[in-house]
Design a binder for this molecule. Sequence first.
Ligand SMILES: Nc1ncnc2c1ncn2[C@@H]1O[C@H](COP(=O)(O)OP(=O)(O)OP(=O)(O)O)[C@@H](O)[C@H]1O
Length: 473
Amino acid sequence: MHMSELYNCELFEEILNHSNDGFNVVDPNGLVIYANRMSAQYANTTARDMIGKPITDFYEEAVLLRVLKTQKPVLDEKIHYVNNKKYIVNSYPIIRDGEFIGAYSVFKDIRDIEELNKRVSYLEVHLEINKPEKDILDIIGKQGSLNSIITQAKRTVGSLGGPRHSIISGESGTGKTMLAKLIYNYAKQVGVIDKKAPFIEVNCAQFTNPDIAAVEIFGSEAGAYTGSRQKKGLFEQAHGGILFLDEAHALEQYQNLLLKAIESGTTRRIGGTYEIPADVIIIAASTRDLKTHLLPELYQRLAQYAIHIPSLDERDLDEKKLLFDHFVNKYRLAVEKIHTITYQLCFSDEAKDILIKAKYPRNIRQFRDVINFSIDSAAPLISDIGKTNKITTLVETKHLPFELFEEVNSVEMPKPKYRIDEEVQAKIISLNLEGLGPRKISAKLKEEDIFIAYYQIAYFLKKKTTAKTFDHR
Ligand SMILES: Nc1ncnc2c1ncn2[C@@H]1O[C@H](COP(=O)(O)OP(=O)(O)OP(=O)(O)O)[C@@H](O)[C@H]1O
């Protein structure tokens, strides 16, 4: 061999050995002529050990075999080995002077990429399922408990006398932010604010220190205090649109500045010497009574409309059922959209009943989260979906979060007055192992004159599997 050829061979070998892709070259009989370091690493051996041996000793389903047969390239082939290895392979024939002298392949392990894709899909579904409702069509209760509230909300910005500031009160998770967004969208729709007008949301409870709150809300000028930079405040950012002050009861100090800004339609940065226009519609929301937390003048200015959203507990059963269907449907659609499959989601009667009748101190947000959690517990993992294009999930009582039984028991249903004796406990467990749910177990026990309500059995089974101990109440 000529010196320069030798030099080239060594150089190419060195380059290929530094590649993150695997390379295999075989002769027409499928014996390895060359394998780079990465290929040997994938096969848990050394490149030297591979030379002269059949490629199938290392890669059982080597795509190269097909190229040897057809003498044609095979591109972007995905190979899935049983030992959890997954490669994407491109294989080509080697033809010199019209003669077929072998084949080579370039491949990489795609497990990491697939893992990443799965995680991205998971995050996408999560975001889609928890996406806040913005469209009036998605708001459940518009014909029921929220009917007059929505009319009032529209009136805050849509009345002939011009838009006004407003206050929305209600327990956590009842839909205050959702209603504020509805007001914003409606204001754009009727032309009270521009289509591109901002919606600036501030959670006033997030600031640990009132000075930081003031800088965030009003902005600051360089040199206003040690280390301060020029910074636009949220108030001026909301110019021409809506400033949503969530948890407004936490606005302890600087209420005077706020009042001044509202009255003058201008704002001044902390340390600033000039006024900046800030024509803003304010919506202040709180879980508390703002009348007792804000300066009377500020309260009066903001409470031109005071809207109260009822808790989930105050909504009737039909509305809760609609909310239930809405969130289940949202989950189903998100899975179908992101995984491009047909997804059938069903609930056992008991599971649905318990979910709808449970108490949710954090209202609709918690109701949604509990529904999602229960479906998550019953549904297959993303990695188990494989290539199926249709999956069905049945959510049963065993999939519901344990706390729910306490919530149901504590309020809606009487607590067991007696201890379930050990003999009956054993019966319940064995019937459950036979595949019977709480309702059927309750019916079976009744035949033996043992009267235990299905929810008590559900409670017992849930506690048994979750806590592994039976602490009877
Ligand atoms: N009537 C409803 N119909 C459909 N979804 C709703 C309804 N009310 C609330 N939601 C949804 O419930 C979740 C919680 O609502 P939101 O964030 O508006 O509550 P909040 O009162 O602002 O809560 P917090 O006081 O904790 O800020 C959101 O995802 C929202 O879209």
